[in-house]
Design a protein around this ligand. Structure first.
Ligand code: SF4
Ligand code: SF4
Length: 137
């Protein structure tokens, strides 16, 4: 069964942003970490712990169900495939995502995880990994 992106060892994250840069560069052809489907952020507060906002690879993905343009298609094993040239930028997927992991880029198109695993290959501390979803375990 295809694997899905999983936050495995958040405590190891040093906020190097390698995952974000890898996603932005390899998937979206951009150098800005804002064009990454993975977002590493501080939770705020005095302890300033880090958090990763990532697609959790839903089965029967609500974002795909919400997309009337056919730009988001359910992916076997969880998550979605993205057909960028069909995206109209309506933002319905942004509202539908259960973990708020979709944003719109400056062209008004969705930035959404396609479960390619590129970010996991560039994370030096195995914070992010590809694993079979819990539903398959
Ligand atoms: S923003 Fe694009 S991908 Fe999202 S629902 Fe609208 S058309 Fe579909
Ligand atoms: S983008 Fe959001 S709604 Fe869509 S599969 Fe990922 S977590 Fe689920």
């Amino acid at each position: 069964m295809p694997k899905v992106l999983t936050v495995k060892h958040m405590a190891r994250c040093i906020a190097c942003y390698s995952c974000m840069l890898a996603c932005a560069r390899a998937v979206y052809g951009d150098y800005s970490p804002s064009h990454s489907a993975v977002q590493i952020r501080t939770r705020g507060g005095l302890q300033s712990k880090l958090a990763a906002d990532v697609c959790i690879g839903c089965r029967d993905a609500p974002c795909a169900a919400a997309c009337q343009a056919g730009a988001l298609l359910p992916r076997p094993g969880g998550g979605v495939r993205f057909v960028r040239n069909k995206c109209s930028g309506c933002g319905a997927c942004v509202e539908a995502c259960v973990v708020r992991a979709i944003r719109l880029d400056t062209d008004g198109r969705a930035i959404v995880c396609i479960q390619c695993g590129t970010c996991t290959r560039f994370c030096p501390h195995d914070v992010l990994v590809m694993e079979e979803s819990a539903a398959d375990a």
